[in-house]
Design a protein around this ligand. Sequence first.
Ligand code: NDP
Length: 263
Amino acid sequence: MVQKESSISDQSVSVPLDLLGKASLVTGASRGIGAAIAIALSKAGSDVAVNYAREELAAQEVANTVSIIGRHALKSKFDVTNFNEVKNAIDRIAEDFGHIDILVNNAGINRDRTLLKMSPQEWSEVMKVNLDGMFNVTKAVLPHMLKGGWGRIINLSSIIGLTGNVGQSNYAASKAGIIGFSKSIAKELASKQITVNVIAPGFTTTSMVESLPEEIKSSLIQRIPMKRFANPQEIGDLVAYLASPRSAYITGEVITIGGGLNL
Ligand code: NDP
């Protein structure tokens, strides 16, 4: 009996997150969570297209890291809000890699203000990047994924999309919208060996959180049962698992990673 248990655990440890031969696209991969995801996917064996909108040097550094890890890296500049720009860039990535197997819709912004003070522009900027961007990129990648007959789509929502937050009605609405979108296409694609899942992180140490005033950060940490923010690598590791063949039977799920924040 003891022997059987140890052989089961040995077996689970020895199966790698085998992404060798796969090609991934990560949007908003120049920094923060997206950069950590690109690196985690390359460590698991995948070639990676590193998308960015403005920060070319930062994107180059991420691409260099992917190359040092030993995987093929492509730096790809496009604004997720521009349908034609997205389509052209993604067709070029597919031509270069020969296929696109894994898509991580990570690019996202916030424009925080309470509803009374929020401008129509602050509302629509967030919707354009967080929702229209996800539509544009997914629609452009899908024909390539269907051609390959296998795929993983992983979309970044937020715990705020589940709970709401003062000053974030635009951001929370967009992040809740991502969940409805993902569950719908998970149903559309379930029979095609393409899974679609959502990761909803809590507060994570990137510029989005680091730019908050110290007193706000301390009060946020008090609300987290684990009393710390997430490291971007922790989100990257979860993405690598969901991108791997080992997650084949998980689709349409929302997986929170928040140190207990949503308990
Ligand atoms: P950052 O602000 O650190 O990075 C945002 C990334 O998105 C950058 O690479 C940026 O590229 C890119 N980006 C922004 N606008 C566009 C655009 N129009 N087209 C293409 N790329 C764009 O964000 P985080 O790493 O903190 O967040 C990543 C994702 O995780 C977001 O979707 C966010 O909502 C979500 N999230 C973050 C949490 C956190 O606590 N940090 C918590 C929960 C969810 P460039 O710099 O080149 O413009």
